[in-house]
Design a protein around this ligand. Structure first.
Ligand code: XMP
Length: 517
C-alpha cells in the first residue's frame, strides 16, 4: 500500500525559529511535509517522504561564508526536484550555484514592501506590491547565472529570484509567518503548482492509514496505553482501538489531582468508545506519599515515582503485554532529532513511563508521531471524540499537585478544584476559552485577613492565571475584561469555603513560568 506521506515536501532545517511553521503551513495545504536535519541524506528524505516532490530550505542564524556554516547537501541540486530556499536557504542556493552573498549594510528586520517585477510561478495571482516579513543580515549581491529577478525591495535588490527551467526559487523574506500577508498563497504556488505535490494529507486519510499501519505493526499483540484524559492519549487510544479492538489495554490512574469532573469524563469516554478501561483510584496512595511535602521539585518527583509504581503494578496484572503506546507528537520528534542543530541529530525519543518491563520500552506504538498538536485535534474531531477532550488545554502530568502551592491535601485540592471550575466556566460563558492558551487557578499557602458579614476571616488566597501563547515557551498574561474578573472573584469568595481573596497574575513568561511550581 502506498504510504500517505508519499508525494509530499521535504524541508531541511537550518535552525530558523520558524522552520516548524513552514511544515505546518505546507500541511495546511493538505500536503505532507517533514522537517529533516540540514545534513539529511537522500535516503533519509525518501524514507520520510517517499516520492517527495520538492524541497524547501529553511532560514537559519548562520552566514554562508562562515567556516562552519551548515551547507547544502549535494543531492538537493542533483535530484532534479524543485527547490525553494527561504532566507538562509536562498543564500545557500546562491552560493552553491556561483552567485555572491554578502553582509547587508543594514540588517533588515520587520515588515517590508516588495515590488514584484515578474510574477513567474511563485507570485502567480498576486498583486505587484506585497507586504512581507524580513529578518536577515546577509543578502544576495549577485544571483547565480541564469537566475531572474522576481521581486525587490529598497534594501534587497534580489528579494526573490528564480531559475524556472530548473524550478529553483529563492526568497529573502519569510512566507511562513502571518506578517507576510500572502505568504500562504506563495507557498501554495510553489508546493502545488511548481512541485505538483499530492494534496491528500487529511484527517480522514490519516485515520485510515494509521489504522492500517497499527494493525501491521501490532499484529496479534496487546498494547498498553496510559490514559490521562488529555487529547493525545485519547486520540492515540482510539486509533489503536479501531485498529486492534480489545488488544488495546488502556489504564487510567486517577492520582486525585485532576480538575473537577475529569475522572468521570475519562470513564464516560471509555464507555462511549467501548474501551475496556482499567481504572484505578490511587488518590490515597498519592496523598499519603505527598504528606508533609511542600517543595515543588520533591512533589513532582514523588508524583512521578508514585505514578510509575501504580502504572507498572496495574500493567503487571493485565497479563501479557507486547507493546507500549505513547502519545509522542511531531514537535517531540523534531526536538529529539535536534533537526536544526549541528551534531545534535537523532537522540532517541522520550520515554515517559519509568519502571516498565524492559521489552516494552523499545516496543513502542506511537500513532501521533507525525502530527502537530492542531492535527491531533483535527483527527480527534474526525474520530468523533467529545469537544471537551479535543479542545482541552494542556494540563501538567502532576496535575493540581503543582497548582496547590505548599502541602497537597484532599481539602486544599477540593478548594482549588472549586475555584478553578468557577474560573473556567466563566471564561467559557464569556466565549474567551479559544482566545486563551491556558487558564487555571492556583491555591497559595498564605492566609490573609478579610471580613465577611460582621466576621473577621483568615483564609487562603486563590490566584487566577490566564495566558496567551503559541508555543508555551514564551507567554503573555491575558487581558481579561474587568467586569469578568470582578464576577469571577466575587463568585469564588462567596462560593468556595476557605478562600477570602482572589488575585490575577499579570506576569509574562519569561521571567515567570506559566505554572507556579
Ligand atoms: P511552564 O510552567 O514551564 O509550563 O511555563 C509550560 C507548559 O508545560 C506544562 N507543564 C507540564 N506538562 N508535565 C506536563 O505534561 C509537567 O510536569 C508539566 N509542567 C508544566 C504547563 O502546563 C505549560 O503548558
Amino acid at each position: 500500500m502506498a504510504r500517505i506521506e508519499a508525494g509530499g515536501i521535504v524541508i531541511l532545517d537550518y535552525g530558523s525559529q520558524t522552520a516548524q511553521l513552514i511544515a505546518r503551513r505546507v500541511r495546511d495545504l493538505n500536503v505532507f511535509a517533514a522537517l529533516l536535519p540540514f545534513d539529511a541524506t537522500l535516503d533519509d528524505a525518501g524514507r520520510e517522504v517517499p516520492d517527495f516532490r520538492g524541497i524547501i530550505l529553511s532560514g537559519g542564524p548562520a552566514s554562508v561564508y562562515e567556516p562552519d556554516a551548515p551547507g547544502l547537501p549535494g543531492w538537493v541540486l542533483e535530484c532534479g526536484r524543485p527547490v525553494l530556499g527561504i532566507c538562509y536557504g536562498m543564500q545557500l542556493l546562491t552560493q552553491a550555484l556561483g552567485g555572491r552573498v554578502a553582509g547587508a549594510q543594514q540588517r533588515e528586520y520587520g515588515q517590508a514592501a516588495v515590488e514584484v517585477v515578474e510574477r513567474g510561478a511563485l507570485f502567480a495571482g498576486l498583486d505587484a506590491t506585497q507586504t512581507v516579513w524580513m529578518s536577515h543580515g546577509d543578502r544576495i549581491e549577485r544571483p547565480p547565472a541564469g537566475f531572474r529577478v522576481l521581486a525587490r525591495t529598497a534594501n534587497a535588490p534580489y528579494a526573490a529570484i528564480a531559475q524556472p527551467e530548473r524550478a529553483l526559487y529563492g526568497i529573502q523574506f519569510h512566507p511562513e509567518v502571518r506578517h507576510t500577508a500572502h505568504g500562504q498563497a506563495m507557498l501554495r504556488n510553489f508546493v502545488l503548482n511548481v512541485c505538483g505535490a499530492v494534496a491528500e494529507w487529511t484527517p480522514e486519510h490519516f485515520i485510515d492509514a494509521s489504522i492500517a499501519r497499527i494493525r501491521e505493526q501490532v499484529g496479534s499483540g496487546r498494547v498498553l496505553l496510559g490514559m490521562s484524559g488529555g487529547v493525545d492519549s485519547a486520540v492515540a487510544g482510539e486509533l489503536i482501538h479501531r485498529a486492534v479492538g480489545e488488544q488495546l489495554v488502556p489504564v487510567f490512574v486517577n492520582h486525585g489531582m485532576l480538575r473537577q469532573g475529569e475522572p468521570d469524563a475519562v470513564l464516560e469516554l471509555a464507555r462511549t468508545l467501548g474501551w475496556k478501561l482499567i481504572a484505578v483510584d490511587a488518590t490515597e496512595e498519592f496523598l499519603s506519599a505527598l504528606q508533609g511535602v511542600s517543595d515543588p521539585e520533591a512533589k513532582r518527583t514523588i508524583i512521578g515515582a508514585t505514578f510509575a509504581g501504580v502504572f507498572e503494578r496495574e500493567a503487571a496484572r493485565a497479563g501479557r503485554l507486547d507493546w507500549l503506546a505513547q502519545g509522542t507528537i511531531y514537535p517531540d520528534v523534531i526536538e529529539s532529532a535536534g533537526t536544526g542543530r549541528p551534531g545534535a541529530r537523532r537522540i532517541k525519543s522520550h520515554h515517559n513511563v519509568g519502571g516498565l518491563p524492559e521489552h516494552l520500552r523499545t516496543r513502542l506504538v506511537e500513532p501521533l508521531r507525525e502530527l502537530f498538536k492542531d492535527e491531533v485535534r483535527a483527527v480527534g474531531e474526525r474520530l468523533g471524540l467529545p469537544e471537551a477532550i479535543v479542545r482541552r488545554q494542556p494540563f501538567p502530568g502532576p496535575g493540581l499537585g503543582v497548582r496547590c502551592v505548599g502541602e497537597v491535601t484532599w481539602e486544599r485540592l477540593e478548594t482549588l478544584r472549586a475555584a478553578d471550575a468557577i474560573f473556567l466556566s466563566e471564561l467559557r460563558a464569556a466565549g474567551l476559552m479559544d482566545a486563551i492558551a491556558q487558564a487555571f487557578a492556583v491555591l497559595l499557602p498564605v492566609r490573609s485577613v478579610g471580613v465577611m458579614g460582621d466576621n473577621r476571616t483568615y483564609d487562603e488566597v486563590v490566584v487566577l492565571r490566564a495566558v496567551t501563547t503559541d508555543d508555551f515557551m514564551t507567554a503573555d498574561w491575558a487581558r481579561l475584561p474587568d467586569d469578568l474578573l470582578a464576577r469571577i472573584s466575587s463568585r469564588i469568595v462567596n462560593e468556595v469555603p476557605g478562600v477570602n481573596r482572589v488575585l490575577y497574575d499579570v506576569t509574562s513568561k519569561p521571567p515567570a513560568t506559566i505554572e507556579w511550581e
